[in-house]
Each structure stands twice: as structure tokens, then as C-alpha cells.
Write a protein of this length. Structure first.
Length: 66
């Protein structure tokens, strides 16, 4: 079970990196005609996947200690 949790954490971190790269490639720091920054859903997904990955990795290490 510990290995599956750790693998899930690594997968979420990889998804976070992929979403961050997609955000930069497709949107970058694009401003519209009113000077408002345009962002996609890749940026919040990247943060969410990063947090999930970190939580899963920490929990996998905590299960090892028990």
C-alpha cells in the first residue's frame, strides 16, 4: 500500500509539472487589451496536483514510520 501511495504522489507531481509547462507554453504572461492577465485552468490544476503529490508523499513516509 505504501508503494502505491508513493507512486500516486510522484504521478501527481509529474502532472503538476506538465500543467505548469502547458500554462507557460500556451498562455505565458499574456495580457488582453484592457491590461488584464489571461490565465487558463492549467495554473490552478498545477497547484492542486502539486499539493496532492506532496500530501501523498508525506503520508507514504509517515506510513513507513508506523
Amino acid at each position: 500500500m505504501r508503494q502505491k501511495i508513493r507512486l500516486g504522489g510522484i504521478a501527481f507531481l509529474a502532472l503538476s509539472i506538465a500543467c505548469g509547462i502547458a500554462e507557460r507554453v500556451f498562455y505565458g504572461a499574456r495580457l488582453d487589451e484592457n491590461g488584464i492577465l489571461q490565465e487558463s485552468w492549467f495554473l490552478p490544476l498545477s497547484a492542486l496536483f502539486f499539493l496532492l503529490g506532496i500530501v501523498l508523499l508525506i503520508s507514504s513516509f509517515l506510513f513507513r514510520k508506523r
